[in-house]
Ligand binder design. Structure first.
Ligand SMILES: [Zn+2]
Length: 261
């Protein structure tokens, strides 16, 4: 294989590792946001329980005042009894007293309901606070795991970026530009092996005379797939079995940063 093609293949294998690391890094913000959202939801539960509790306290105060004011009225009516001259007026006053006492009973019922509700809200507050504590604990662990994974990925990104800088020094600058253009067009893969007379990437036929030229070529000429425009290369069948596997592993070993080997 031409030296330049081998160098391009090395660059491609570095780029594929870089793509993988970048894809991993891109997922971390979402993971952290999900973790934040779980804690926020648990906090919202606590807030909602507390708000409901506060509302019952306010209602309770209102019903307590209702009871007080109706009791005042009853006292006032009873004070008036001594000044009553007629049976009719007395019955009317008794009726007022009865109505006020009914209102007291109703307000006391509501007060009782609010006290029962208040106990329920107390339980909810305690339960939601316990749940929040648990979620915070789980998410603390989750976050530190994500942060550790991110640190590893960032280290790998730095290493593979350095590896790329080294790999491009082996290739003429205009060819790197050409390669980069194809990479951008094809989502990271600029080179394709010709197998069974087809482009290994897009699957379209590579014309036999092109394969003939590729096999013959001793020059530095590069060939392209006429359909997808990727740079194509050909490995002789005798080389693509056992020896090719060996050369492929050498390739990946030479392309790997030292920490990988
Ligand atoms: Zn193709």
């Amino acid at each position: 294989m031409q030296k330049v093609l081998q160098n391009l293949l090395d660059l491609q294998s570095v780029d594929l590792r870089l793509n993988d690391v970048r894809a991993r890094l891109a997922r971390f913000p979402k993971k952290l946001a999900e973790s934040d959202a779980r804690v926020a939801a648990a906090k919202a539960d606590v807030d909602a329980s507390k708000a409901a509790q506060l509302a019952t306290v306010k209602d309770r105060k209102k019903y307590e005042l209702d009871v007080e004011s109706w009791r005042d009225k009853v006292r006032k009516y009873r004070d008036q009894t001594s000044q009553i001259k007629t049976n009719e007026a007395y019955r009317a006053l008794q009726h007022e007293v009865q109505m006020a006492e009914d209102e007291i009973a109703k307000a006391e019922d509501r007060l009782l309901e609010q006290m029962v509700a208040s106990e329920e809200y107390d339980r909810r507050i305690k339960a939601s606070e316990a749940a929040l504590k648990e979620v915070e604990g789980v998410q603390r662990v989750e976050r530190s795991k994500v942060e550790a994974e991110r640190a590893v990925a960032e280290k790998e990104l730095a290493e593979w970026s350095a590896e790329r800088s080294r790999a491009v020094t082996e290739i003429p600058e205009n060819l790197v530009d050409h390669y980069d253009r194809i990479v951008r067009k094809h989502n990271g893969v600029a080179l394709a092996e010709v197998r069974n007379e087809k482009c290994g990437a897009c699957g379209m036929i590579v014309r036999p005379h092109v394969i003939q030229e590729m096999r013959r070529s001793e020059s530095a000429e590069l060939f392209h797939c006429e359909t997808c425009t990727r740079i194509i290369y050909y490995i002789e069948p005798s080389l693509s079995s056992a020896p090719a596997a060996a050369s492929a592993s050498q390739t990946s070993a030479s392309a790997a940063p030292s920490h990988e080997s």
